[in-house]
Design a protein around this ligand. Structure first.
Ligand code: NI
Length: 166
C-alpha cells in the first residue's frame, strides 16, 4: 500500500464533478486501499477520490467502526438539521460550525459490486454528505453562511499570499 498527497484548496480537481465508476477492477480496489491508508495517515474520518486527484465517484470512511468504501454513492433521503464543527483534509487547519441534515440515507455499491443501502445519523450522516459533496466538486466552504465564508476567504487568501512569498 502507498499513500497519496492530499490535494488542497486551490487545486482545480477539487472543483470538478467526478465521473461514475463503470468498472470495479483491480486498479480501483488498489486505489481504495491507498485512500484508506492516506485517510488514516492524515488522519481523517473520510476521503473522496478527487482529494487524491482521481475523478471517480468513490469515497472511503471510518467513523470508528473500521474502514468502508462506497462506489457511486448517492444521498436519496435526508431529514432534520444538525450543527457540527466540520473540517476538511483539503482545507487543512480550519473548521466551521455548519448546519446540514441530521439523517440521511445513502445508496451505492461496495467493491464487490454489491448494493449498499445505509441509514446514517449525526457524524456518519455528516461524513456522507461531505464526501458526496466532494464528488460533485463542492467544498465545505460553499456550505458556510455569508459571514463565515467572507472570513474563510480572507484567511485562505492570506494563506495563499504567504505561500507565494515564501
Ligand atoms: Ni473534505
Amino acid at each position: 500500500m502507498a499513500t497519496y498527497e492530499i490535494r488542497v484548496f486551490g487545486d482545480p480537481v477539487l472543483r470538478q464533478r467526478s465521473a461514475e465508476v463503470t468498472d470495479i477492477d483491480e486498479a480501483l480496489v488498489r486505489l481504495a486501499d491507498d485512500m484508506i491508508e492516506t485517510m488514516y495517515e492524515a488522519p481523517g474520518v473520510g476521503l473522496a477520490a478527487p482529494q487524491v486527484g482521481v475523478q471517480r465517484r468513490m469515497f472511503v470512511y471510518d467513523v470508528g467502526e473500521g474502514p468502508h468504501v462506497v462506489v457511486n454513492p448517492e444521498i436519496v433521503e435526508s431529514s432534520g438539521e444538525w450543527t457540527y464543527n466540520e473540517g476538511c483534509l483539503s482545507v487543512p487547519g480550519l473548521s466551521w460550525d455548519i448546519v446540514r441534515p441530521k439523517q440521511v440515507r445513502l445508496v451505492g455499491v461496495d467493491l464487490d459490486g454489491n448494493p449498499v443501502d445505509l441509514d446514517a445519523d449525526e457524524l456518519l450522516a455528516r461524513c456522507f454528505l461531505h464526501e458526496v459533496d466532494h464528488l460533485d466538486g463542492v467544498l465545505l466552504i460553499e456550505r458556510l453562511d455569508a459571514e463565515q465564508r467572507k472570513e474563510a476567504m480572507r484567511v485562505l487568501r492570506r494563506r495563499a499570499l504567504d505561500t507565494s512569498l515564501r
